[in-house]
Design a binder for this molecule. Structure first.
Ligand SMILES: CC(C)(COP(=O)(O)OP(=O)(O)OC[C@H]1O[C@@H](n2cnc3c(N)ncnc32)[C@H](O)[C@@H]1OP(=O)(O)O)[C@@H](O)C(=O)NCCC(=O)NCCS
Length: 206
């Protein structure tokens, strides 16, 4: 039987997560803080205020807030939901490939065609968008967003609460500091200190 699920908030990541539920999860509805978004939504599911989390205490939760503009608030926003770790779902699209030798944390969303290869570790509260690859022995820190078509090469450490823009490549063996933002289509060939904003080929500080 499919596991009932609530998704927070009602944003683009949440809509894309719908495609990843397969037979494993059954969506009950979305949760969103914005009053104007609440009510019936275009996709046949309700959008509820946070009170619904308490109304259905046994329903699993997937929390996927954040974009390039708002990623820095992801950690605080997710923590403000006050959900115990065991209640979070890990949602992996049926066409994504996660190695038996890889580890993926709770409240992590891995979308279509993404590949997490041998010995890679992906933390909690992470989104990996379509067709991205996290190669062997790499680590993606908790609360990080990886856009689509991103390559994280082997033995790389992506810090916590980072944003890696779509189409970017991170050279093998690098360390990206916590809260690093990598702009769309960048090639990162040097380590980044925490709180960096880098973009371009090769990526330079913005
Ligand atoms: C990096 C980013 C956040 C910067 O946005 P911003 O703060 O609004 O910056 P601006 O657009 O004002 O650009 C500032 C400078 O950085 C440069 N720049 C911005 N993004 C860049 C990129 N991806 N690659 C190379 N240079 C970039 C601009 O050309 C500009 O340079 P200039 O000052 O010499 O003219 C944004 O461009 C970006 O790449 N966002 C990620 C989007 C994404 O991945 N979307 C996919 C969602 S799945």
């Amino acid at each position: 039987m499919a596991t009932p699920l609530l998704i927070f908030p009602y944003n683009g990541n949440a809509l894309e997560a719908l495609d990843a539920l397969g037979d494993e999860f059954e969506l009950i509805g979305f949760i969103d803080d914005t009053a104007e978004k609440q009510g019936p939504c275009a996709h046949g599911f309700g959008v509820f205020p946070r009170a619904a989390l308490r109304l259905w205490p046994n329903v699993k939760v997937l929390a996927v807030p954040g974009s390039a503009a708002t990623f820095i608030q992801r950690r605080r926003l997710i923590e403000s939901l006050d959900i115990e770790p065991a209640r979070y779902a890990t949602v992996i699209h049926p066409t994504a490939r996660v190695s038996r030798l890889a580890k993926v944390g709770h409240n992590t969303l891995v979308l279509a065609g993404a590949v997490i290869t041998s010995n890679a570790t992906v933390g909690d509260h992470v989104c990996v968008l379509p067709n991205s690859v996290v190669h062997h022995d790499s680590h993606v820190g908790s609360w990080t967003l990886i856009g689509s078509n991103v390559t994280v090469a082997g033995h790389t450490r992506v810090g916590e609460n980072c944003y890696i823009g779509s189409g970017s490549a991170i050279k093998d063996g690098l360390t990206l500091g916590d809260r690093t933002l990598v702009g769309l289509g960048s090639t990162v060939i040097r380590d980044t200190p925490p709180d960096s904003r880098v973009a371009g080929c090769p990526a330079r500080q913005l």
